[in-house]
Design a protein around this ligand. Structure first.
Ligand SMILES: Nc1ncnc2c1ncn2[C@@H]1O[C@H](COP(=O)(O)OP(=O)(O)O)[C@@H](O)[C@H]1O
Ligand SMILES: [Mg+2]
Length: 267
């Protein structure tokens, strides 16, 4: 198998309790991988370890066979882009300037006309011309999310990491963002690894799904292989039905909690 991103025996602990143990991934190029799992299962930590925002205590992350430890930050930023979870209102700049920041790994001291052209190309691709000169802080959550994706896109990396890119978005914007990401994977052959809560979004758009629980991989494979009632019960403690849709993708219908109080208040 042609491997774009390799994660081998990754271990990470914030303090003493391990958050990730024995993580291994092999992701081929041109693949959309969704990471699912309950809150606190280690999805964000895994993405941050891959991008070396966090330094794993053990194990290796490699792109095209090259260990990322060897790369300086600026070199790493030419290999991997990272879209953090939304609702960080940290940029008091125009949308154009926020996106231009993504060109930093490619810039000298100043941006060139060519860099600005790349920014306009991405603005055009995502259909956000109308907000290009607006202040980032005044945008809606969905618009901000698209701008953060644009900022990652102008980095022009082969690997893109996204942390819950559709959380806080209405269903129109969820579909918009997922279609854009899936389109980039299909048309440009980039590899996208995305933490996502919505199992049906993951089912519909992903080539592969990784289901995590307690810092380990519980199941990995195609949506049909991973999204089984058994795996969902084991990982989420939820009884679910999995139905086949017209387009052949699985549809997960959560029915009831297992071993919980069924939503009733405990007195
Ligand atoms: N900065 C931190 N310091 C200490 N523990 C953390 C920190 N961030 C996350 N954790 C813990 O690590 C575990 C995994 O968290 P996270 O990777 O955010 O999970 P997920 O993204 O799947 O919800 C959780 O138990 C969480 O409490
Ligand atoms: Mg998270």
């Amino acid at each position: 198998m042609n491997v774009k991103l390799l994660v081998q025996d990754l271990e990470f602990a914030y303090i003493s309790t391990p958050v990730l143990t024995g993580m291994c991934l092999k992701v081929p190029p041109g693949t959309l991988v969704s990471i699912v799992g309950p809150n606190g299962s280690g999805k964000s930590t895994l993405l941050k370890c891959i991008d070396r925002i966090l330094k794993p205590q053990q194990g290796m992350v490699a792109i095209d066979g090259r260990d990322l430890v060897q790369l300086k930050r600026i070199e790493l930023a030419k290999q991997i882009s990272y879209v953090p979870q939304s609702s960080v209102r940290i940029f008091p700049h125009s949308v154009f300037d926020v996106i231009l920041m993504g060109r930093r790994p490619h810039l000298g001291w100043t941006s060139s006309g060519e860099d600005e052209e790349r920014v306009w190309d991405v603005i055009d691709l995502l259909g956000i011309e109308d907000i290009a000169l607006a202040p980032f802080t005044e945008l809606s959550g969905g618009q901000q999310q698209k701008v953060l994706i644009a900022r990652a896109l102008v980095q022009e990396t082969d690997v893109m990491l996204l942390d819950e890119p559709t959380s806080n978005l209405d269903i129109w914007h969820q579909l918009d963002v997922m279609t854009i990401i899936a389109g980039l994977v299909a048309e440009r052959g980039i590899t996208a690894i995305m933490a996502v809560h919505d199992l049906n979004m993951a089912a519909r758009f992903s080539d592969q799904i990784i289901m995590m629980k307690g810092g380990i991989i519980h199941a990995a494979g195609s949506p049909w292989e991973v999204l089984t009632p058994r795996h969902i019960a084991d990982v989420y403690d939820v009884e679910a039905q999995v139905q086949r849709q017209d387009d052949e993708t699985p549809l997960v219908v959560p029915m009831r909690q297992i071993g919980g109080n069924g939503g009733r208040l405990a007195y």
